[in-house]
Design a protein around this ligand. Structure first.
Ligand SMILES: [Zn+2]
Ligand SMILES: [Zn+2]
Length: 856
């Protein structure tokens, strides 16, 4: 075993730390270890084993958690790539790749110090700290605690308190006196839930020598688990025939016989807790174990999951020629067992999901594994049901609603090879599968694939890299591909597969634009819902058809304004207007969650003329109730949907025809396939066009296309009424004409002129601090450094106040860096971080966002 190991520790450091491998321990590259770091114990991942002694004395690894690496070679390599590409600290990258938080329990332990020993000694010899004004009983308690600690290396704080009756404040005082020290310690528990099972040892009650009895305990964490089924099966079926040399079975008493009978009936194995329900003394089981008739074993409890066996692709799933062609292309590329990128561009309703599932099925049939990534709210109940039907218990569904514990359990299940079809959101790209053949990224343009905290990776791009490292195929699917992916396909980096028609040749919906400026002139009123949209909804209700109305802004009124002094009501933490939420009777900041009561007077001037302006989804729902009092209306946004279950309930109700109208934010636009919806109204989807962000047009085009795609997926053709204040904008025009290529051509020209992605690599560097002067000083210093160093081939814009100048109490200034060379861009960012360190700017106050999606 090499003497040293390099460990990536989850702290904001761009390096690994060298530790000494403890005597006799065997660590592997990719294993998790617990290491001392400053005054903490932290879990880290071993990145290298070597014999190079570091310059400083290396501390020793405290605990090796596993001999089988938690991260495979492939995932280690992927993590290093992420760390390099996104300039993210390697330890933090590995931490987000391993969803095993549940396995770490944190506890605070106390230890006695030299000073503590001295104080205890002094007390014992009759002396005392004379200046103490403490009551005698408090002193007694303190010495009791010291005494308790003196007898052991350390004790958990909770144990110490209950054993000695010491209070938190006395304990804090002892820490101040340096008598004891406290430390937060993490220790590891295996998240895999196990239960004890009793297993019949041999030929139905025949005694066997003790050493043959398989008493299995769970060995190394995450290693392959013993297959009890096999052992039991062999034992039950391979009854010894005639073996006269064996002694005849010993007599069993009736209690013992009861247990043996129960086990035999159950096929040789039962959980101990079930046997305990039999009316026999507890000692009976122990006796049977002692006699070698039964063995006890730990067995992994599987997650509650569908018990359905895989049924394969439903018979009704008949493929049209475009679907078949797409599937054939994917299968061919998968079979080549080398990297292949495929952009699957299929219009809304063209049946992409069916192609994904069929492709995954053939991968599983070949004994390999597949991952399907879906956006945050893309996993609709219908898709989940299909996935269960097709893959049965070989599927693992990973979504944001899981607890840490469930996440860890799924992780182990996947690692054991029990789940080979993985369906999940962003972080499922790190699923510890072996023999990966295919990754599919559904709605690849969706912004929820980008993690907006360290490490700031984009799961689509990570999926592409993972496929490269595994010689697998990656399919990026969308009705509205991102500019980047479309550009890559045009440059032949990806194969482009098109599905231009809806299934069964259903037509794309007709889109009618309503110019809201004209609506205002004709009605003399600022309308939320145009006359045209009202009329179309009324028609649908009469015909018992369903409609959806999109307003991509939640709450009741987005702006509260004083008409006397003109002041807007803003969040105290952010430079953001507070939104009025009527039913919950409060003002809310949608960026930091700050809440305030609804004002009756202006806080600045005291005026009573406080006005509530604008419309959010909550108000839209109320207005629709007013127009259509008979209609059954539901709303889908972050205020009405708090869990996956809420989401499912509303969509199921719509699907079952229990709703006439569904109102909501972009949540209603994503991937639902509801056949009764024949009308989609868009009330405010072009608001984004006013934002100072170069992706505004792309986002608007995508949202309009996605939501329009919800209409007319059944027998009856669909219609879209699109209200807009920008009827001439190309994003609106091309969306109305379902003209993807037209939009992309125009947008690509604009990106090329402005040197924006995909024509250049881009990074957003945000300097933030709760103190404005620090933000100014730091961003100023970095600005001067950028100017002085003048990096060839990299444009630096800024420092400038960020569009949202204050967010979550931080003042924010930013730089935008652009370069045609990814390599040069990252070199400058690295140098900038080194300079920031030299300037003593804390690492957490400089955010580097490579391929930033939002520049706000
Ligand atoms: Zn005022
Ligand atoms: Zn706020």
């Amino acid at each position: 075993m090499p003497e040293f190991c390099d460990v990536a520790v989850p702290v904001p450091l761009h390096m690994v730390l060298t530790y000494r491998v403890p005597e006799g321990a065997s660590a592997a590259v990719g294993s998790r270890v617990i290491v001392p770091f400053r005054r903490q114990r932290l879990p880290g991942v071993v990145t290298e084993l070597h014999d190079r002694a570091p310059n400083v004395t290396a501390k020793t690894v405290l605990e090796v958690l596993e001999e089988t690496p938690a991260l495979s070679e492939e995932l280690l390599r992927l993590g290093k790539w992420i760390s390099d590409y996104y300039l993210a600290p390697i330890g933090e990258v590995f931490r987000s790749m391993l969803p095993l938080n549940a396995e770490f329990r944190r506890a605070r332990v106390c230890r006695i110090t030299k000073e503590g020993h001295a104080a205890l000694h002094l007390a014992g010899s009759g002396g005392s700290s004379s200046r103490s004004k403490k009551k005698p009983e408090e002193q007694d308690t303190e010495y009791r605690a010291l005494n308790y600690l003196a007898m052991r290396d350390e004790a958990r704080e909770g144990t110490l308190r209950s054993a000695t009756g010491i209070t938190p404040s006395l304990l804090a005082g002892m820490v101040r006196k340096k008598w004891i020290e406290r430390e937060d310690v993490s220790h590891v528990t295996d998240a895999t839930r196990t239960r004890q099972v009793a297993v019949l040892s041999g030929g139905g009650g025949r005694p066997r020598p003790l050493e043959e009895v398989a008493v299995t305990s769970l060995g190394g964490r995450g290693g392959p688990l013993p297959h009890h089924h096999d052992r039991v099966g062999a034992g039950v079926h391979a009854r010894p025939t005639s073996t006269p040399e064996l002694p005849s079975p010993p007599k069993l008493n009736s209690n013992q016989q009861l247990i043996i009978d129960a086990l035999t009936t159950a096929g040789g194995k039962l959980p101990v807790e079930i046997l305990r329900q039999l009316d026999v003394p507890r000692s009976t089981l122990a006796t049977l174990v002692k006699r070698g008739l039964i063995s006890l074993a730990a067995e992994v409890i599987e997650l509650p999951k569908s018990t359905v066996n895989p049924r394969g692709i439903p018979a009704g799933m008949e493929f049209n020629s475009a679907q078949r062609a797409a599937l054939d292309r994917i299968r061919t590329l998968v079979d080549e067992r080398k990297f292949a990128g495929i952009l699957l561009h299929g219009v809304t309703g063209s049946g992409k999901t069916a192609v994904y599932l069929a492709a995954m099925k053939s991968v599983l049939d070949a004994g390999r594994t597949a991952i399907l990534l879906v956006p945050e709210i893309g996993l609709t109940p219908a898709v989940a049901a299909d996935v269960h039907d097709i893959f049965g218990n070989e599927v693992a569904i990973l979504h944001s609603g899981l607890s840490d514990k469930e996440r860890a359990e799924h992780w182990h299940r996947i690692r054991r090879g029990q789940a080979r079809a993985i369906v999940g959101t962003r972080s499922a790209v790190f699923a510890p599968v072996a023999n990966l053949a295919l990754i599919i990224v559904d709605e690849e343009q969706d912004s929820s694939y980008k993690q907006e905290e360290t490490p700031r990776y984009h799961a689509r791009d990570v999926a592409v890299m993972r496929a490269k490292f595994s010689d697998a195929a990656v399919v990026l699917g969308s009705a509205t591909p991102s500019l980047e992916s479309y550009f890559n396909a045009r440059k032949h980096r990806y194969a482009l597969v098109e599905m231009p028609d809806r299934v069964e040749k259903r037509p794309l919906p007709e889109v009618e634009l309503v110019d809201m400026r004209q609506e205002f002139q004709e009605t003399g009123n600022e309308q939320v819902i145009s006359r045209k949209l009202i009329e179309e909804i009324r028609l649908r209700l009469q015909r018992n058809e369903q409609a959806m109305v999109l307003l991509n802004r939640r709450g009741y009124s987005p702006v509260v304004l004083c008409r006397t002094c003109g002041k807007k009501l803003e969040c105290t933490n952010c430079a953001i207007a507070l939104t009025h939420h009527k039913s919950s009777r409060r003002m809310e900041c949608h960026y930091c969650g700050f809440m305030a009561s609804v004002p009756k007077h202006c806080a600045a001037c005291g005026s009573e003329y406080v006005y509530f302006l604008g419309t959010g989804s909550e108000k839209l729902e109320e207005l629709l109730h007013g127009f259509f009092p008979q209609a059954r209306i539901a709303r889908l946004d972050r205020d009405t949907v708090r869990s996956h279950a809420d989401f499912e309930r509303v969509l199921n109700a719509l699907n079952a025809g229990e709703l006439d109208l569904l109102v909501g934010t972009q949540m209603i636009a994503k991937g639902h396939d509801i056949h009764g919806v024949t009308l989609v109204g868009v009330v405010g989807a072009d608001m984004a066009l006013g934002l100072p962000d170069f992706r505004a047009a792309e986002r608007t085009f995508q949202l309009l296309t996605q939501v329009a795609g919800r209409a007319g997926r059944g027998e009856v053709p669909g219609k879209v009424v699109l209200q807009t204040y920008f009827p001439d904008h190309y994003a609106v025009q091309y969306a109305a004409q379902h003209d993807f290529t037209g939009f992309y051509e125009k947008e690509l020209r604009f990106r090329s002129w402005m040197h924006y992605p995909p024509y250049s690599s881009l990074a957003n560097v945000m300097v933030r601090s709760a103190k404005l002067d620090e933000t100014l000083r730091w961003s100023g210093a970095l600005g001067r450094w950028f100017e002085k160093t003048r990096h060839e081939g990299v444009r630096v814009l800024g420092p400038a106040a960020a569009p949202i100048e204050r967010l979550k109490r931080d003042y924010r200034y930013h730089f935008i860096l652009k370069s045609p060379s990814r390599h040069k861009l990252n070199a400058v960012l690295r140098a900038m971080l080194a300079e920031a360190e030299k300037q003593k700017i804390p690492r957490t106050n400089v955010i580097v966002d490579v391929d930033a999606l939002w520049l706000m």
